[in-house]
Design a protein. Structure first.
Length: 361
């Protein structure tokens, strides 16, 4: 027990020295240094227990003896109590000095406090603004996604519309009746070039409408009436024009080849009649055939009448030889049946022309 008491007394002395050393270490050389060292770890010493282990005490003592402050104090032989009072006095002086410095800098400290408060307020407002901005960004992000979806849908609709635009444009162009076509068919004379151009356009539109009607296109009903009226007007004008040309063949002393050549320029008129009004086309054809038949018949009868009036008698003369052809005389039939343009034939003779047409080449 005596040994235990001795060891306890030594431990308490070491604790006091360690406490003074810790205070000096916390304050620094002047009592307040920034470098703080960890306090001595003495552990929990149970000095009253009979089961106190001396080995552990030796370990703690050895650890405290290795501390630099304890070594320095033991080496110089300084009294720990006196040293602790000196340190306490230095701490009080430093505290008073710190108070005086604080009082001197009170205005600056107050200004700094106000500035810090203002900065806190500004930072708080900025925090609120950033929060609102974040919420706005969230809403904008959702709107952007919505716009992207709408843009994708619009692009799909645009591609679909462009895909049908060409075919729909062709259909509309084929069905729409322009004003120029109506004006030309109703007002322009048949002999003008624009009437022929618009007549070809009318024929193309009529064919397109018939094709679309076969497919069941409902829009054809809107233009069918207009096209029918234009077709009737065009057929009427063409019929009157061609019949006048055909009737001009019947005039006396008329060279029918001239109006025939003129009619070749308007051959599309007859094609239009064949495609749109076959009854009128048949009427014109029959009238043309009948007129030219009468002309050819008249020419042929005139030719035969003149031919029958020719009296051809060959009487032997004193200079004739038996079996020798008289080269001075020509056969009347050879002269009459000669082709137009050949020697011995008259190109302007109606009889010669008619004979050429009927007898062939």
């Amino acid at each position: 027990m005596a040994a235990a008491a001795t060891m306890a007394a030594a431990a308490r002395e070491l604790v006091l020295r360690a406490g003074a050393s810790d205070m000096e270490e916390e304050e620094g050389p002047l009592g307040g240094g920034p470098d703080l060292q960890e306090p001595l770890q003495l552990g929990v010493l149970d000095i009253t227990s009979d089961e106190f282990i001396l080995d552990e005490v030796d370990v703690h003592i050895q650890a405290n003896l290795e501390d630099e402050l304890v070594k320095e104090a033991l080496k110089t032989g300084v009294d720990i109590r006196h040293y602790s009072k000196q340190v306490e006095l230095e701490l009080q002086q430093i505290e008073q000095k710190s108070i005086r410095d604080y009082i001197q800098e009170s205005e600056n400290i107050a200004s700094l406090h106000n500035q810090i408060t203002a900065c806190d307020a500004v930072l708080e407002r900025m925090e609120q603004m950033l929060g609102a901005f974040q919420s706005d960004l969230s809403s904008i992000s959702s709107e952007i996604r919505t716009l992207q979806e709408q843009s994708g849908a619009m692009n799909i609709r645009l591609r679909n519309r462009q895909a049908v635009r060409g075919k729909l444009g062709e259909l509309v162009d084929g069905l729409v009746v322009p004003t120029a076509l109506v004006t030309a068919i109703l007002e322009a004379p048949v002999t003008e070039p624009r009437f022929l151009e618009q007549l070809q356009e009318l024929d193309a539109k009529a064919a397109a409408v018939r094709e679309q009607e076969a497919r069941g296109t409902a829009a054809c009903a809107d233009v069918r009436g207009v096209l029918d009226r234009l077709r009737v007007k065009a057929v009427t004008k063409i019929r009157e024009f061609i019949l006048q040309k055909i009737y001009s063949f019947r005039k006396p002393m008329t060279n029918y080849q001239i109006p025939q050549t003129a009619l070749l320029k308007y051959r599309f008129f007859y094609q239009f009649l064949l495609g749109n009004e076959r009854a009128t086309a048949k009427e014109i054809r029959d009238e043309y055939v009948e007129t030219l038949s009468k002309i050819y018949l008249s020419y042929y009868r005139s030719y035969l009448g003149r031919l029958m009036k020719v009296q051809y008698e060959e009487v032997a003369e004193k200079d004739d030889l038996m079996g020798v052809e008289d080269t001075a005389k020509k056969d009347i039939l050879e002269l009459t049946w000669a082709r137009p343009g050949e020697p011995g034939a008259s190109d302007s003779s109606p009889q010669g022309t008619a004979a050429y047409l009927f007898c062939g080449t």
